[in-house]
Design a protein around this ligand. Structure first.
Ligand code: NAD
Ligand code: UFG
Length: 332
């Protein structure tokens, strides 16, 4: 089976390509390197000891994408390509709507034209907004608080409408919680440019002396120690969830959404302390004001993914902290 992975040189895409290859899928990657670099292709091949087909280009470019489908007989698609920075999306909403929606609609049109109707889509727990209770199940009301989140919700609706129009489609919507960590080889991982927005990339840069200290955004939340609680999931576990989702869409038509998280919530300070302990390194931090738009706590119910995809996360926050730092050490 040949799987097209859009955004396959990105953080989650690259780990998923490795899992696909390990499970004997053939992999075709399309990426325009907006947020990744060409050397990732070689690293995926080094880890898996297998070859991938790679096409540099924009998923919004229909002629380019049709060329890929003409050359390769694609059985199913995993669609990661998109922009993902919440803060940037507030400042540049049109850029987010253009890229995330255009890439998805173009991709779906080309898939339809080539009779390939099986897709796994990267959504986000951000579609739950500020949940009224926890853990979050997939049937919770959906609403968003920023343009990035709205693109995800709009795409979920597009996919649902598409299935209503044509029951031959098989669509898995995966709502990721907070992916962190890296492949154990240290060859691939998360490497944001500039000052990171997210917690783990920031911790890692402080540990690596690239940034002075971590700002902990608020300690007066309604949580175990007052700092924000999230459901951190090891990126390799997340990647494995995509294998289960691909197996599902290759087997069953329909459209369904699944949470991919561990079901456990950890606070900012719990994560920082675990990072320091596991890696034997100090991460100086100070408590500052809340970051606007943040919520107290967010963690998944994983029952549906357990039951319907036969998937559950296996790695804990110790492994997440160890592997995130290992990636930095190996890439100094
Ligand atoms: P990433 O930025 O590392 O990877 C996305 C990849 O897509 C990049 O390599 C980028 O160059 C590519 N890309 C973007 N627009 C493109 C286009 N028009 N044509 C071709 N390539 C394009 O991000 P990631 O963390 O791997 O996230 C992957 C997906 O998962 C995204 O859709 C993101 O919104 C979603 N997601 C991520 C998180 C997270 O915390 N990382 C959480 C929830 C959902
Ligand atoms: N935090 C800090 N200091 C930092 C960065 C973050 O204290 O420098 C705190 C936040 O306040 C929050 C927690 O660490 O309590 C996690 O913050 P992240 O920015 O790492 O993650 P979020 O949960 O805010 O957002 C992430 C993704 C979004 C996605 C959302 C839900 O960045 O794209 O998860 O899946 F929408």
């Amino acid at each position: 089976m040949k799987i097209l992975v859009t955004g396959g040189t990105g953080y989650i895409g690259s780990h998923t390509c490795c899992e696909l290859l390990e499970n004997d899928f053939e992999v075709v990657i399309v990426d325009n390197f907006f947020n990744s670099s060409p050397d990732v292709v070689g690293k995926i091949e080094e880890i898996s000891k297998k070859k991938v087909s790679f096409y540099e280009g924009d998923v919004c470019d229909k002629a380019f994408l049709k060329g890929v489908f003409e050359k390769e007989k694609i059985d199913a698609v995993i669609h990661f390509a998109g922009y993902k920075a919440v803060g940037e999306s507030v400042k540049k909403p049109l850029m987010y709507y253009r890229n995330n929606l255009d890439s998805t609609i173009t991709l779906l049109e080309v898939m339809q034209e080539f009779g390939c109707k099986k897709i796994v889509f990267s959504s986000s727990a951000t579609v739950y907004g500020n949940p009224e209770k926890l853990p979050i199940t997939e049937d919770f009301p959906l609403h968003t608080t920023n343009p990035y989140g709205t693109t995800k919700l709009m795409i979920e609706d597009i996919l649902k409408d598409l299935y209503v129009s044509d029951n031959d489609w098989a669509i898995a919507i995966l709502r990721y919680f907070n992916p962190i960590g890296a492949h154990k080889s240290g060859l691939i991982g998360e490497n944001p440019n500039g000052i990171p927005n997210n917690l783990m990339p920031y911790i890692v840069k402080v540990a690596n002396h690239e940034l002075e200290q971590l700002s902990v955004f608020g300690n007066d939340y309604n949580t175990v120690d007052g700092t924000g609680v999230r459901d951190y999931i090891h990126v390799v576990d997340l990647a494995k969830g995509h294998i289960k989702a691909i197996e599902k869409v290759l087997k069953d038509n329909g459209v369904d959404a699944y949470n991919l998280g561990t079901g456990n919530g950890y606070s900012v300070l719990q994560l920082v302390n675990t990072f320091m302990e596991v890696n034997g390194i100090n991460v100086p931090y100070k408590i500052v004001e809340r970051r606007s738009g943040d919520i107290d706590a967010c963690y998944a119910s994983t029952d549906k993914a357990n039951e319907k995809l036969n998937w559950h996360a296996e790695l804990g926050i110790e492994e997440m902290c160890r592997d995130a730092y290992n990636f930095v050490l190996k890439n100094k």
